[in-house]
Design a protein around this ligand. Structure first.
Ligand code: ADP
Ligand code: 5GP
Length: 195
């Protein structure tokens, strides 16, 4: 049955690339159909094999992206690994209207911007058990060339540093064993409001 969590605020999930964010929230969607939805971001990066426009991202040119910035169309946006990523105002509005709990998968500069906005949200950080494990997952996924792996590992140091800032995240989950990490995520999201 589709039971929504008591706390229906948007959930901001961040953490280094390759840590398992996508894997975790895919499982959340499967376990709780029709409850959650992913905020589909805009990006200037190319689709990976199997990714679909409008589902995984809205894939746009740099020109279109910059045009949207100029029109104040983003709630937040950032550069990552040489590409631009952003959450459009329209996307958040559309998803909220559907009555679902919106999940955002964004990097740290976006997290900072959402924190400064009027959006009231829950913040979850997914950490790797080690940088070695992170690198091996990123390479094991087989989606990145060497330059992209290096950029993502460099960025991972910054994300991990930022996650240590007190009060930034409501919950930090170490994704070592996937089942354990998923349970921790689900328990946190479904935590009663008065606990
Ligand atoms: P992200 O969305 O954070 O970039 P992904 O969900 O794509 O990361 O996961 C990166 C890779 O790591 C994938 O190949 C995934 O199957 C694998 N992975 C995810 N969680 C774990 C885990 N707990 N243990 C081992 N491998 C994992
Ligand atoms: P990827 O290229 O692996 O899909 O995403 C790279 C990074 O960009 C990840 O850390 C992901 O969380 C982040 N990201 C994806 N969409 C957005 C967005 O709309 N805004 C921001 N700030 N980061 C995003």
């Amino acid at each position: 049955m589709a039971t929504p969590p008591q706390d229906r605020r948007p959930i901001i999930i961040s953490g280094p690339s390759g840590v398992g964010k996508g894997t975790l929230f895919k499982r959340l969607f499967e376990q709780h159909p029709d409850v959650f939805c992913l905020s589909v971001s805009h990006t200037t990066r190319s689709p990976r094999a199997g990714e679909r426009d409008g589902v995984d991202y809205h894939y746009v040119s740099m020109e279109t992206f910059e045009d949207l910035i100029a029109k104040d169309g983003f709630v937040e946006h950032a550069k990552f690994g040489g590409n631009r990523y952003g959450t459009s105002k329209m996307t958040i509005e559309e998803q909220t209207k559907k009555g679902r709990v919106v999940l955002l998968d964004i990097e740290m500069e976006g997290v900072k911007q959402i924190k400064q906005s009027s959006i009231s949200a829950r913040y979850i950080f997914i950490a790797p058990p080690s940088l070695e494990a992170l690198e091996s997952r990123l390479r094991g996924r087989g989606t990145e060339d060497e330059a992209s792996v290096r950029k993502r590992i460099d960025q991972a140091y910054k994300e991990l540093d930022f996650s240590k800032t007190p009060g930034v995240h409501d919950k930090i989950i170490v994704n070592d064993n996937l089942h354990v990490a998923y349970k921790e995520l689900e328990d946190y999201i479904y935590k009663p409001l008065d606990s």
